[in-house]
Design a protein around this ligand. Structure first.
Ligand code: SAM
Length: 332
């Protein structure tokens, strides 16, 4: 066995140069994926946690260069579910058996913390965990949402390369993004972060820094995926070739953070046929089916061709790779 992979398997620690070696050396790819799968099995078992995702608004105040729902994109139809519609859709998902509801949106300040707190309280009448993914807010707002019953929060750092972050996120602050992640952790949220892989100008070294950042902030979940260019964004011409590299970043993350939750992301499935199942066999243990109503689902177009989870024989397909669907809330 390669000695870096052996070290990661035993100690769950690697230096930056060792991470870089794993990311660069394609000959180690299969051994890396096997080691990540073994670690996943040992620490978080064979259960897959399903999280029901509701995308409740695509109205955004931000202008991220890669994102199809960025403020400046005038070519999409904007929508916002009403608070009652969000609760209704969450109730249906809970009745269908989901034990976690993920409320995700663009950065839409119509949803004040008070409005969202009310939504969360109503959803929590079901026996479910609630995850939020609504972007940057103040410490006080995160506190109100936590007190209303939110359990988890996803806020990707996107990239730890500060200069690249600045170029891709006009009028946003890298320092504030980090403050937000730390505030969420301080407030007791199970905190998720992650990165985009395949950004123009992104280096292998900075991806190694991303992984070390995940560990440094002791993230409870890591969601990462390849960049998929959207035609109405400044990154429309980028070559979408981040799948294998994203998978490697994910596998190394599993090796270094063995007990966290890692979703097999929709971006992986969208960019590669069977990408979700491949990810589940390279370290991932979470799947996030989109439970937003059919009318609004396709309007949350952060990138084109978003691949829904195919429910046909899902349980059977999981079984084929030795996995079962979890019946619990799946905390870290
Ligand atoms: N507004 C919230 C936030 O900023 O955290 C949540 C919604 S945001 C659209 C969710 C994630 O989508 C981002 O963290 C980003 O990594 C991902 N994303 C956006 N555009 C993408 C693209 N073109 N390809 C792949 N992922 C993308």
């Amino acid at each position: 066995m390669n000695k870096i992979i052996k070290k990661a398997l035993q100690l769950h620690e690697l230096t930056k140069s060792e991470i870089i070696e794993l990311l660069k050396n394609d000959l180690l790819k299969n051994e890396l994926f096997l080691a990540a799968d073994k670690t996943r099995k040992k620490y978080v078992g064979d259960e897959i946690h399903l999280r029901g995702l509701i995308e409740f608004s695509n109205i955004c105040r931000q202008n991220c260069f890669y994102c199809g729902i960025r403020y400046e994109n005038k070519n999409i139809e904007r929508y916002r579910l009403t608070p009652d519609e969000i609760v209704q859709q969450a109730d249906i998902a809970a009745q269908e058996g989901y034990r976690t509801i993920v409320l995700q949106s663009a950065e839409d300040l119509y949803f004040t913390s008070e409005v969202l707190a009310d939504v969360i309280k109503k959803i929590k009448k079901n026996d479910v965990a609630v995850t939020l993914s609504i972007g940057e807010r103040s410490y006080e707002e995160y506190k109100i949402l936590k007190e209303a019953g939110a359990d988890r929060f996803l806020l990707r750092i996107e990239t730890t390369d500060k200069d690249l972050y600045k170029k891709l996120h006009p009028n946003m602050s890298f320092e504030n993004r980090i403050t937000c992640i730390k505030n969420l952790k301080d407030l007791g949220y199970e905190t998720g972060t992650g990165c985009l892989v395949g950004l123009p100008g992104q280096t292998i070294e900075s991806l190694a820094d991303d992984i070390l950042f995940f560990k440094e902030v002791n993230a409870d979940m890591i969601g990462l995926g390849p960049l998929i260019p959207h035609k109405d964004t400044p990154l429309k011409d980028v070559n979408p070739n981040g799948f294998w590299l994203a998978l490697k970043v994910m596998a190394i993350t599993r090796l270094l953070m063995p007990d966290i939750n890692i979703p097999a992301t929709t971006a992986m499935e969208t960019i590669h046929p069977n990408g979700r199942f491949i990810a589940l066999q390279c370290g991932a243990n979470v799947v996030m089916p989109n439970v937003t109503d059919e009318y609004h689902k396709n309007k949350y177009e952060i990138y084109p061709g978003k691949k829904s989870v195919d429910y046909t024989k899902l349980e059977e397909k999981f079984k084929q790779i030795g996995r079962t669907i979890s019946k619990n809330k799946g905390f870290r």
